[in-house]
Structure formats: C-alpha cells, structure tokens
Design a binder for this molecule. Sequence first.
Ligand code: HEC
Ligand code: HEC
Ligand code: HEC
Ligand code: HEC
Length: 373
Amino acid sequence: MKTYKKATGALFAVLLAAGTVSAYKSTSAFQLGPPGAAMQLVQSKETLEARVAANEVPAPLAPAAKDGLLASKAYKNVPVMGHITSGEFTRLMTAMTIWVAPQQGCGYCHAPARDASGNVVLNEEGYPEADLNNLQSDELYTKRVARRMLQMTQHVNASWGQHVKQTGVTCWTCHRGNNVPTEIWFDEPASATDTQMVGYKGHQNAPAENIGLASLPSDALRYFLASEENIRVQSADIFGAANETTVKRTEWTYSLMTHMSLALGVNCTYCHNSRSWSDWSQSPQQRATAWYGIRMVRNLNAEFLEPLLDTLPPNRHGRLGDAPKANCATCHQGAYKPLLGVSMLGDYPELAAPAGVKQMADGKTEANPKVSP
Ligand code: HEC
Ligand code: HEC
Ligand code: HEC
Ligand code: HEC
C-alpha cells in the first residue's frame, strides 16, 4: 500500500512538472519606469515573433540616376513630384505600385488602355492594363487620391517630426501591400434605441473592435481623433471644483486610452505611472510623443482624409456616409513603433520633405501647394 502511494505521488510529481514545462511560455519583460513601480511590459515569445513577422519591410529598389531630365520637363501632369528626376520618378511609381497595388499594377491608378472597339485591355492576371500613352490622365479616382496621399506623406515627414522623428512614414507604413489600409475607422451608427428617452445607450455596450471590445462608448475616436474635444478625467484640485470633465468625457478618455494601448501593443504603464494618470512629470516620455500623435492624427483626418469624401466612390464610405479615417493603428498596427522603428526614408528621400516647403520655427511647415483632388 505504501509503495503504491509513493508511486502515485512520484507519478503525480512527474506529471505536474511535465505540465508546468509544457504550459510555460517564454516571456520577455521590459522595465518602463522606476524600480518598484510595476511599470513593466511582459510579452510572450509568440507575440514578439508574430510582431516581427507582421512588420517586415520590402527590400528597397535599386537607386535611380540623380542626373537626367526633371520629371516636370519629362512629363505632362506632375504638380507634386515634378522636382525629382524622371529616373527617380519611375522608381517611385514602381515602389508605390508594390506598396499599394501589387496585384493590379500601374493600371490601378492610371487610365486603362482600350482596344479598337473601346474595350478595356486586361493583363494576364485579369486587371486593366494602363494606357502608356495616357499616363497624364487623372481619370481614375485612385490617382487623384494617390496624389493627395503623396502630399500627406510628405506633410507627416516634414511637419510632424515631434511624433515621427527621423523615422518618418512611407505609403508602406499604412498600406502594407493593400489598396485600402487594414486599420481605418468610420463613424458608428447609434443604436436604434438612442432616439428614445428610455434605453439610451450612448454608443455603449455594443463591443467595438478598436476599443478592445470593452463596454465603453464606441464613438470616442470621433470626438478625440476627428474633433478637438479635451481629453481629461482628473481634476487638479481635491474638491473637483475646477474639474470641467463629464462622465461622458471620462468614458471616452478610457475608450481612447484602450485604443492607443491596443494600437501600440503595450499596456497603460508604457505612457503613465498609474499612481497618477494625469501627472506629466511622472509619465515616461512616450506619453509626450503620444500627445503629439493625437494632434497629428486630428490634423491628418481634418486636412487630408475627411476632405477626400467626394473623391472616393460610395463603396469606400462608411455606413453613415463618412470618409475613412486614420487612428493610431493605421500606422502602428500593433507595434510600439510602426515597422518596429525601421525607417524607409533613407531609400525614398523624395517622400521626406517636398521641395520648396519651408520648415518654420514652430515646427510647422508652410502648406503644401494645394492640389484639389
Ligand atoms: C497608387 C497610384 C499609382 C500607381 C500604382 C502608379 N502611379 Fe503613376 N502616377 C500616380 C500619380 C498620383 C501621378 C502624378 C504625380 C504628381 O502629381 O506629381 C502619377 C504620374 C505618372 C507619370 C507621369 C505622367 C505624365 O505625363 O504626367 C508616369 C510616367 C507614371 N505615373 C508612370 C507609372 C508607372 C509606369 C506605373 C507602374 C509601374 C505607375 N505610374 C503606377 C499614381 C500612381
Ligand atoms: C497615414 C496613413 C497613410 C499613408 C502614409 C498613405 N495612405 Fe493611402 N490611404 C490611407 C487611408 C486612410 C485611405 C482611405 C481608405 C479608402 O480609400 O477607403 C487611403 C487610400 C488610398 C488610395 C485609394 C485606394 C482605394 O482603393 O480606394 C490610394 C490609391 C492610396 N491611398 C495611395 C497611397 C500612396 C501612393 C501613398 C504614399 C505616397 C499612401 N497612400 C500613403 C492612409 C494612408
Ligand atoms: C501611448 C501612450 C499612452 C497609453 C498607452 C495610455 N495613455 Fe493615457 N494618456 C496619454 C496621453 C498623451 C494623455 C493626455 C491626452 C491629452 O492631453 O491630449 C493621456 C491621458 C489619460 C488620462 C486623463 C488624465 C487627466 O489629466 O485627466 C487618463 C485617466 C488615462 N490617460 C488613462 C490611461 C489608461 C487607463 C491607459 C491604459 C488602458 C492609458 N491611459 C494608456 C497617453 C497614453
Ligand atoms: C502617420 C503614422 C503614425 C500615426 C497615425 C501614429 N503614429 Fe505613433 N509613431 C509613428 C512613427 C513613425 C513613430 C516612430 C518614431 C521614432 O522612431 O521614434 C511613432 C512613435 C510613437 C511612440 C513612441 C514609441 C517609443 O517607444 O518611443 C508613441 C508613444 C506613439 N507613436 C503613439 C502614437 C499614438 C498614441 C497614436 C495615435 C493617437 C499614434 N502614435 C499615431 C507614426 C505614427
């Protein structure tokens, strides 16, 4: 009986050890704040590996000749990129095709070739072939959008250095080989009961992806990333007399904070010492970078993306008829820095800053030449 018990005990110990080993997930921990403040980010090996795989950067194209005719002399309709050489221009077109329309090719943005009877000529993959004698045409909306996208990319790199630093962005940062970036957002329709007095849900309790399926209001991004609402919860004095915030704004703030954490693949302590959410002096410097990020996203939505509404066809509009908009995930896609901090601008300097745009003292630039889409 004793030996039996011993054997069972030993077997149990072996099983327990085996179970522990197989359930064990290798993790990495990063300390983010002062020791003892529990400001840590713990991530499993699987999460980290998946993140590295999702953030690959395509190999840069061979550099183009810097001498030769300027694009503005070689081509007919290049108001935005006329200042680079025609060799650099062709290289940029090839890169844009890889970044945004790798399946469709040049014909995604350029007017199609037609045969004698007026039918669109398709290539081997079944996509329209671009008419090489009509590349100046602005017939397709995709070309008009892409022109504004070129300006937006240059604007981010030239005017939002407080956020994107020297790393900057290219079309790949958001598009990653997709016609439409995978991370965009639209206004959410209110629930059917919201027009009634009883049962007002205020965009709550209907789990939305971009706020982590939390039971928080799903319309926070509209107020904080596509308007200028103040992002505040806490009061500066103990009686709260100076606190202008409302329950609604508090809930929106937590929605936004959840979105930002998810978008970057981090937890709250990446930007806050949770003993005092509001205190900037106790926050890691990433919070200041994020502050500029919020202003940058507002600026991109207001100046570039929302005005594209009428250029985009109705099948690109949201359920409420609004334009697709950017949030933190549009660039970050789950990484603390988009593409894990790899900069593509060294290989595509023409996207860094447009010629003739002056960097001004307040960090802003004089506006790009406005080209209406
Ligand atoms: C994602 C959209 C997009 C794709 C894909 C694209 N282009 Fe373009 N292309 C543009 C835009 C936008 C302009 C105008 C740039 C400007 O305003 O300075 C342009 C202009 C041009 C011009 C200048 C024509 C003229 O006379 O005005 C040429 C040449 C050209 N593209 C060639 C190509 C080739 C070749 C490909 C395929 C390898 C290609 N493009 C793929 C968007 C695109
Ligand atoms: C900050 C993120 C961001 C960057 C950078 C960016 N785009 Fe976009 N792009 C968007 C968003 C958002 C849309 C709107 C999505 C839609 O059309 O539904 C879009 C739409 C487009 C479309 C229309 C696609 C379609 O099928 O409707 C084209 C073409 C395009 N972008 C080209 C480019 C090019 C070329 C560059 C680089 C010069 C670029 N984009 C850089 C975010 C970005
Ligand atoms: C990427 C950085 C970042 C992450 C991650 C983040 N925050 Fe924030 N948080 C900020 C910034 C920036 C502000 C100030 C926004 C402003 O003033 O425009 C802020 C403001 C706040 C406020 C309002 C403070 C006040 O003064 O009233 C609270 C509360 C808050 N965050 C909680 C959280 C919580 C909870 C999480 C995790 C779910 C979180 N934050 C994750 C950057 C971050
Ligand atoms: C247009 C693309 C783009 C968008 C949109 C964007 N970011 Fe960033 N962000 C970047 C780039 C590029 C960097 C890397 C800068 C660097 O190399 O330090 C960055 C860096 C950061 C960092 C610093 C990370 C670190 O560890 O140093 C934080 C925090 C951050 N972003 C937060 C945000 C938040 C919050 C939002 C949404 C409100 C946002 N970002 C939207 C492009 C973007």
